[in-house]
Write a protein that binds this ligand. Structure first.
Ligand code: UDP
Ligand code: MG
Length: 326
């Protein structure tokens, strides 16, 4: 029988938390009194996470595994989970128990009331560095000031979506994905529940600064052209001020010839400043062009090396003729 609820858990090197996460999710989902599946998407972990899920899946048939051939990133892992999920309602949750599984029950209540998307807004974030909290706050506000899509602030990917929303999302094939933005973009009847984000149960964050910056750039470039417009505005502003300055220079040259010799400092200064700005704006354009390039290559979003728990399913069917002869 098809599961009514699917819970997607992306994981990347989470051996320290994964069995506790499973226990807690199972306890919560058993309470909701309907069929469910727990879809663990292994995003190229190099530790024991996969073996652990395999073992759990051997004794619990609710547990399914999608194993990537390498690390494709958190957002892609969520996308794969949505591709494979079969539930009428699909929940995305982090593996590290920062999103308390108990909140899922509240989400399900809202879903039963008729909402298609129930996202979870963080009132507080525990156990995260000051730097992360501040940059996250700034980022969410910056993003919402830049885009016309109403993306809720302080909201992660912890949410429940209805089957029809999931199907629409699966049809969006963009590569540098910012899933929480896409969920807002598709619309439908949305609501929220509030919660306090817990400390990571064990292990450390899998989002180092580099990934965070990439993620932030994906969010902004996927949902806003403002940075490109900024280039135009800055260009206009600079041309206008240079024009005024040119008048000033000519005026000096004509009426106060003796003043024009010293000026090395201002030339170098203006040069450095303008070159810096031009390079920065080229960089902005480059970010967009790089993303256009990614789209045009049209590679698949992810590669699955193994699935487990999908009995007599069409996904397994595709692989049934494959024989490893080693
Ligand atoms: N994650 C992933 N691939 C990655 C990075 C993270 O699947 O490349 C998963 C990770 O295992 C966790 C979730 O994404 O389940 C959120 O990551 P994390 O808790 O490290 O981020 P933070 O909460 O610190 O922002
Ligand atoms: Mg976390």
């Amino acid at each position: 029988m098809k599961a009514r609820y699917s819970v997607i858990v992306p994981m990347f090197n989470e051996e320290q938390v994964i069995s506790v996460t499973y226990e807690r999710l199972k306890k919560v989902m058993d309470e909701c009194g309907d069929t469910y599946e727990l879809v663990f998407v292994n995003d190229g972990s190099r530790d024991r996470s996969v073996q652990m899920i395999r073992e759990i899946s051997d004794r619990d048939e609710c547990v399914k595994l999608i194993d990537f051939s390498r690390n494709f990133g958190h957002q892609v892992a969520i996308t794969a989970g949505m591709d494979y999920a079969e539930g009428q309602a699909v929940v995305v949750i982090d593996a590290d128990l920062q999103d308390p599984p108990e909140v899922i029950l509240q989400m399900i209540e809202k879903w039963k009331e008729g909402y298609d998307v129930v996202y979870a807004k963080r009132l507080k974030r525990r156990g995260e560095t000051m730097f992360k909290k501040v940059t996250a706050k700034i980022f969410y506000r910056l993003l919402s000031s830049m885009t016309s899509v109403d993306i809720p602030t302080d909201t992660g990917d912890f949410r429940l979506i209805d089957r029809k929303v999931c199907d629409v999302l699966r049809g969006l094939k963009e590569k540098n994905r910012y899933v929480r933005g896409l969920v807002s973009w598709v619309g439908f009847k949305q609501t929220m529940v509030e919660y306090e984000r817990e400390e990571r149960f064990a292990g450390e964050t899998k989002y180092p600064l580099k990934k965070m910056i990439r993620f932030a750039l994906d969010g902004i470039t996927s949902f806003s052209h403002k940075p490109l417009k900024i280039a135009t505005y800055v260009g206009f502003f600079l041309s206008f001020s240079s024009f005024i300055y040119l008048f000033f220079v000519l005026f000096q040259r004509i009426f106060f010839t003796s003043w024009t010799v010293p000026g090395w400092a201002s030339i170098v200064g203006v040069n450095l400043l303008f070159n810096g700005i031009v390079l920065m704006l080229l960089g902005v354009i480059g970010e967009y062009i790089g993303r256009i390039y990614d789209e045009s290559k049209d590679r698949p979003l992810y590669i699955v090396s193994e699935t487990k728990g999908y009995h007599n399913d069409e996904l397994v069917d595709r692989r049934k003729d494959y024989k490893d002869v080693r």
